[in-house]
Design a protein around this ligand. Structure first.
Ligand code: NM2
Length: 537
């Protein structure tokens, strides 16, 4: 098969056309373009905000049920998992988490401490209690449920139904049937690409100023737009090298090292930072979170009138939603041989744990500095911005200057791994005729990386990155609907395959297999039936 036949020109051109349609007006008239987007955003956040809260809560409940239902036992493909559990989790974690974790993990508490929810007094002990619990909530189980949900129908379509593509439209096939190949399918796929471009833009918008702050601090180079752009170009080169070597070499290597360094910094700060404070604050926050989980999940402050929920929870859920199809596709792509339960619990527990490390260790260290008058974190935050407050916190620790350098490097790697897997997934979705397990062609992977980052650069240049961030939340809205379609489609498939699933599960029970053996049994019966069905598609 020649290279050309692997590119899906239709999807590619619709996606690029749509991106141009949105970015050009912003570029030509940034103020007006941004104002229009902000109006749409305000409408969504105000009037449709509760939808985001309900969607997230429902998804969390659904996954909880699914993981522990009989369907949780279904193994996705009879092959052995392609990656070790560590590398698998590392790939999933570093794909979905960008430099945001190094940015918000250490500083988010300060925002809540200054403007707390539930009408609490700013900077009070109660505000302190919630300031960590809220960070853990926004980067915890509910959030990871949003990431996890698309991976289940996509993995089912890929490994059980044996459809060769990882597209969202394919995962909706149970519901929309062959319309997945028509314009409905195209709209679904393009929505996702669009969300991802916005999501990555947001990550770059937050990540590059943090790196720029470091460069300014250490080398005295001025923090200009030019510096930000140079950072993104350097990052693109780095990403291209990793993409060139592909999933098994470049990307896996980068993800593994991303996590090693991340944990190394966390362990260092945990030992040489305020260990006891970290432990006790974490314990308290877990209690506050458990006690208030439902309240936080449905908090709109309808009667208090504050914008806490819109500024934070709804914004965050939107951001997670806009990334979710991409992380779902990516997670499904690398989860051959895992069970549905493994896929859900791996993402929910592994992802939450990974995020909580930052919020617990980095965030509490920073708060400790503020409360003990070691570093005026809030003052720096208010007057010089978050990146300066982050560096000041780190420099106050033992070996602070080295630590801060490594911290910023890890933030850059987090950013790189996200752009990396984003480009890989875009190339994957905008390809056709890929055989099972085949990766998109090399130049095409690099092309998407360059396209992704150049859109951000153009928008940075036009000073329209705020608009791009706004766009991320807006694009999350259709994605919520698409995810609902995917869930319904998945449930229809389960119903369709009910008989075979029963046989599969009974077979295990009657032979009284041990857990290990249970995992070795594959889903052959369904495989066979689906391969048969494939001929009719
Ligand atoms: N999420 C996890 O920059 C980033 O960390 C990308 C952000 C959606 C809040 C992901």
């Amino acid at each position: 098969m020649n290279k050309e036949s692997k590119i899906d020109i239709k999807i590619l051109s619709i996606a690029i056309g749509l991106v141009l349609l949105i970015t050009l007006p912003i570029l030509i008239n940034p103020e007006k373009g941004t104002a229009i987007l902000n109006n749409i955003l305000n409408f969504i956040k105000k009037d449709l905000g509760p939808l985001y809260l309900w969607a997230c809560a429902a998804i969390f409940g659904f996954l909880f049920w699914l993981a522990f239902s009989k369907y949780g036992k279904i193994q996705l493909g009879k092959e052995k998992p392609e990656f070790s559990t560590f590398s698998w989790l590392a790939l999933i974690f570093t794909a979905g988490i960008g430099s945001g974790i190094m940015y918000w993990g250490i500083i988010e508490w300060a925002f809540y401490y200054e403007s707390p929810p539930f009408g609490l007094t700013p900077k009070s002990p109660e505000a302190a209690d919630f300031s960590h619990a809220y960070g853990m909530f926004h980067w915890g189980f509910s959030a990871w449920a949003i990431y996890c949900i698309p991976s289940i129908p996509i993995a089912y379509a890929l490994y059980i139904k044996k459809y060769p593509s990882v597209r969202l439209s394919t995962a909706c096939r149970g519901l929309i049937g062959n319309r997945a190949d028509g314009w409905i399918g195209k709209i679904i796929d393009v929505c996702f690409m669009f969300g991802l471009i916005g999501g990555v833009g947001t990550s770059l918008a937050l990540g590059s100023p943090l790196v720029a702050e470091g460069i300014n601090h250490w080398f005295g180079i001025k923090k200009t737009m030019g510096l930000n752009i140079c950072i993104v170009i350097a990052l693109t080169i780095f990403v291209c090298i990793s993409l060139y070597f592909g999933l098994n070499k470049g990307m896996k290597f980068l993800s593994d090292w991303n996590l090693y360094l991340y944990f190394a910094i966390a362990i260092f700060i945990f030992i040489f930072g305020p260990t006891v404070f970290i432990l006790s604050s974490f314990t308290e926050s877990v209690g506050v979170l458990m006690q208030n989980f439902f309240r936080m999940s449905f908090y709109t402050d309808n009667f208090g009138g504050s914008e806490f929920s819109q500024t934070w929870t709804i914004f965050y859920w939107g951001w997670w939603f806009s990334y979710a199809p991409f992380t779902g596709i990516f997670a499904a792509r690398i989860s051959k041989g895992r069970t549905i339960r493994g896929l859900i619990l791996g993402q929910l527990i592994g992802g939450t744990f990974g995020c909580w490390v930052a919020f617990t260790v980095f965030g509490n260290t920073s708060m400790f500095m503020e409360l003990h008058n070691l570093v005026p974190v809030i003052d720096i935050l208010d007057n010089q911005g978050a990146p300066a407050a982050i560096i000041a916190t780190l420099e106050a620790l033992p070996l602070g200057s080295i630590l801060a350098v490594v911290y910023i490097i890890v933030a850059a790697i987090f950013l790189a791994t996200t752009v990396n897997s984003g480009a890989f997934t875009l190339a994957d979705v905008a390809s056709k005729n890929l055989q099972h397990g085949e990766q998109p062609v090399r130049w095409y992977r690099l092309f998407w990386a360059i396209l992704l980052t150049s859109i951000s650069i153009i928008l940075m240049y036009g000073n329209a990155l705020d608009a791009l961030q706004t766009l991320t939340i807006i694009t999350a809205l259709p994605l919520i609907v698409i995810m609902l379609l995917m869930i319904i489609s998945f449930m229809k498939w389960l119903k369709e395959d009910e008989q075979l699933i029963e046989t599969y599960i009974k077979k295990e029970d009657s032979t009284n297999l041990s857990i290990i053996k249970e995992q070795e049994i594959t889903y052959e019966v369904v495989h066979t039936s689906c391969s048969d069905q494939k001929h009719h598609i």
